[in-house]
Design a protein around this ligand. Structure first.
Ligand SMILES: Cc1ncc(COP(=O)(O)O)c(C=O)c1O
Length: 397
């Protein structure tokens, strides 16, 4: 039999699955995977059930049902300050991941370079590579995980066509300030590059950091593709629904690509999602407040376990260094892979090894990522386990 395509060679299932198996074997708590175990809001669920019962089961338009696009356009206008029209600028996508694929295929030629700040969200990088594009890595400033605009500009070459901006960030939780976004926009204009902004955690920000969409800045819209997701906002990661807003010509191309790859987002689920936009606005405040509560709880215990980190400004992860635990000579904490395993053995708590977020795995050697999007009772249990670990090894400060 002839061999598989070269592009499949570097593909492997992320270590997250192995972590999940090990956590289960220890009857532990998985804070590795970035999924939330809260329920999907009732109106969305019953909307989808009604749509299924009414046989709304056929393909929709490739860019989504028009009533949902109208709601989403209204959200982009009022919440994100992006002026847009439903029929011209907005599409419903198969998750934000579907939007990213369609955007890349619409804009990039094989071999084109895309600036990718790191630590990064792995799917962006893996997809760019799979599709034949070249990520060019630019580190966030390590002391505070802020974007380094000078380094971004230095990394631009004649082959650079776009930058990926994940705001709020995963794993480091950075929320870009208006000044940083303005600075980036200046660079984009000077070098004629696009931005793909991943804003899936837009409703989860803390300590007064507010999420600003790059596309809301003057003259940014025409060079920006904004992606959001309903996965995280409404606890429906498996429904595979997201949205994109951008210039008409780009959205048109992306729609055609979406048609070829997926035909359309799942029709009855789109009807369910429509109901989300009739829910009270207080939903979003509660969401943010609930995650803030979990963040405080979890960060306090993680500190008592000897980890050091910057408290996330947004999203729902803590990217934490265990270098102090390593220095204290705690067995097993030699590198991110052994530390991840050892932590499961001692506490049952699963995390993601830091090397998954860097182009050079060595950069992630002393880092683990924890997800605190968990039921409070489960999180409290995790916190107790972490605190006991800190006490046992004399790490509690
Ligand atoms: C930064 C980021 N973007 C995108 C996604 C996936 O979004 P979706 O489910 O809409 O494809 C995730 C999921 O963890 C994420 O962390």
């Amino acid at each position: 039999m002839k061999s598989f395509a070269n592009r499949t060679k570097g593909l492997k299932q992320s270590g997250i699955r192995a972590v999940t198996q090990m956590v289960n074997a220890y009857n532990g708590i998985n804070l590795g995977q970035g999924i939330c175990d809260l329920p999907t809001p009732e109106p969305i669920k019953s909307g989808a059930i009604n749509a299924v019962n009414q046989d709304k089961s056929i393909y929709s338009y490739h860019s989504g049902i028009s009533s949902l696009r109208s709601h989403v356009a209204q959200k982009f206008r009022s919440h994100n300050g992006i002026s847009c029209e439903a029929e011209k600028n907005v599409m419903i996508t198969n998750g934000s991941t579907g939007a990213f694929v369609a955007a890349c295929l619409s804009i990039l030629e094989p071999g084109d370079e895309v600036i990718q700040p790191e630590p990064y969200y792995g799917y962006h990088v893996q997809l760019l590579k799979l599709l034949g594009f070249t990520p060019v890595f630019v580190p966030l400033k390590q002391k505070d995980w802020r974007p380094d605009l000078a380094a971004i500009e230095n990394a631009i070459t004649p082959r650079t066509k776009a930058i990926v901006v994940t705001n709020p960030g995963n794993p480091a939780g950075t929320v870009w300030s208006e000044k940083e976004l303005e600075g980036l926009l200046g660079i984009m204009k000077k070098h004629h590059i696009w931005a793909f902004t991943d804003e899936v955690y837009e409703y989860m920000t803390y300590d007064g950091h507010s999420h600003i969409s790059l596309a809301s800045l003057d003259s940014a819209f025409e060079r920006t593709l904004t992606m959001t997701s309903f996965s995280k906002t409404f606890n429906m990661t498996g429904w595979r629904l997201g949205a994109a807003v951008g210039p008409e010509a780009l959205i048109e191309k992306m729609g055609l690509i979406n048609d070829l790859i997926y035909i359309c987002p799942p029709t009855p689920l789109q009807y369910g999602l429509k109901e989300a936009f009739l829910m009270d606005e207080s939903y979003y405040d509660t969401l943010s407040a609930e995650y803030d509560r979990r963040r405080t709880l979890f960060c306090d215990s993680l500190k008592k376990a000897g980890f050091s980190f910057r408290r996330p400004e947004g999203a729902y992860y803590v990217f934490a260094s265990f270098e102090n635990i390593h220095r204290a000579g705690v067995p097993g904490f030699e590198n991110d892979l052994t530390a991840c395993e050892q932590l499961i053995k001692e506490t049952g708590i699963g995390s993601v090894p830091g090397s998954s977020f860097f182009s050079n795995p060595e950069d992630g050697r002393f880092w683990l990522r924890f997800c605190y999007a968990k039921d409070v009772a489960v999180l409290e249990d995790a916190c107790e386990r972490l605190e006991s670990f800190g006490k046992k090894h004399g790490l509690t400060s």
